[in-house]
Design a protein around this ligand. Structure first.
Ligand SMILES: C[S@@+](CC[C@H](N)C(=O)[O-])C[C@H]1O[C@@H](n2cnc3c(N)ncnc32)[C@H](O)[C@@H]1O
Length: 252
C-alpha cells in the first residue's frame, strides 16, 4: 500500500539526515514565538525527526505530541528528545488521516511538509482541523503547483523505478550536478536553512506520494472551514517549483 511505502521511505530518510537545531529554530520563529506557544498544547503532525516538536517544547509549550507513520522517524525523534532532556514532548505512531484524539484537543497544529505525502491531503487537513481548538492556529506547508510541476513528476516517476539501494547514491550525484544551477540561478535563499541538497533531492524525487496545489486552493478550503489567514509565505525554497507555500491560519 502507498501509505506503508511512504512510512518505509521516511524510515530511511529521517535516520540518515538530521536537521540543525539553530537553523530550524530560526525558521520556526518566522511563524511562532515563545510567548505565543507558552503553556499551549501542540500537535506536530508528520513530525519526522521531531525537530519542530523539540523546538515547541524548548520554547515553553506545555505539551507536544509528535505523530508520524514512520517508525524510523519516531526513533530519531525519541533520541532527539533524550538528547535535549525534555519531558513535555512525546512521540507516537499515528496516521494523520485518522487521529485518535478528541475534537478540539490542541491549541496549535503544525504540519510542515506532510499533508501532501498522504493519500488524501484535504482529508488530512480536515482531520487536523477537527482536533484543533476554536481560536487555535494551524500551520500548513504544502508543495506548490507550478507550470513545471509535471517535469518534476516525470523525473520522480522515472527515478522511483530505480533499485532502492541506489537512491542515496543517485541523490548525491544529482546534488553535485544541480549545485551550480542552484547557486547561480536560485530566486531566493531558503527560509529553512541547514537542509542538504542531497536530502532535498531524495525528498523531491524518490518519495512514493507527492501532491501539489495552488495556494488559493488551500486558502479557499481553510476559509470555507471558517479560518482567517494570519500569515502567508508564498515560497520557502530557492525555486518556486521546489517550494512549499505556507499558511498560518486561525480557527473561529
Ligand atoms: C517531508 S517529511 C516532514 C517532516 C517534518 N515535518 C519536518 O518538517 O522536518 C513528511 C513526514 O510526514 C510523514 N507522513 C506522511 N504521511 C503521513 C500520515 N498519513 N500520517 C502521519 N505522518 C505521515 C512522513 O513519514 C514524514 O516523516
Amino acid at each position: 500500500m502507498d501509505k506503508e511505502k511512504v512510512g518505509e521511505f521516511y524510515d530511511v530518510v529521517w535516520t540518515e539526515y538530521l536537521p540543525e537545531y539553530e537553523a530550524s529554530e530560526n525558521h520556526w520563529k518566522i511563524f511562532y514565538s515563545d510567548t505565543e506557544v507558552s503553556g499551549q498544547k501542540i500537535l506536530d503532525a508528520g513530525c519526522g525527526t521531531g525537530i519542530f516538536s523539540i523546538i515547541f517544547a524548548k520554547n515553553g509549550a506545555a505539551n507536544v505530541t509528535g505523530i508520524d507513520i514512520s517508525e524510523g522517524s519516531l526513533e530519531t525523534a525519541q533520541s532527539l528528545k533524550d538528547k535535549f532532556n525534555l519531558e513535555t514532548a512525546h512521540f507516537q505512531k499515528e496516521d494523520m488521516l485518522n487521529l485518535p484524539f478528541a475534537d478540539e484537543s490542541f491549541d496549535i497544529v503544525w504540519a510542515w511538509g506532510t499533508v501532501h505525502h498522504t493519500t488524501n491531503p484535504f482529508g488530512a487537513i480536515e482531520e487536523l482541523i477537527r482536533v484543533l481548538k476554536k481560536e487555535g492556529s494551524i500551520l500548513l506547508a504544502v508543495y506548490t503547483k507550478t507550470k513545471i510541476t509535471f517535469l518534476h513528476e516525470i523525473i520522480r516517476k522515472t527515478l522511483i523505478r530505480t533499485p532502492k539501494k541506489s537512491w542515496k547514491f543517485l541523490s548525491k550525484v544529482l546534488a553535485i550536478c544541480l549545485a551550480p544551477i542552484v547557486f547561480f540561478f536560485k530566486k531566493r535563499e531558503k527560509s529553512r536553512k541547514g537542509e542538504k541538497l542531497e536530502e532535498l533531492i531524495m525528498d523531491w524525487y524518490f518519495v512514493p506520494i507527492r501532491h501539489h496545489y495552488y495556494p488559493e486552493e488551500v486558502k479557499g478550503f481553510l476559509e470555507e472551514k471558517g479560518f482567517t489567514i494570519e500569515k502567508f509565505l508564498p515560497a520557502s525554497g530557492r525555486f518556486d517549483s521546489t517550494s512549499n507555500f505556507i499558511y498560518k491560519a486561525r480557527k473561529h
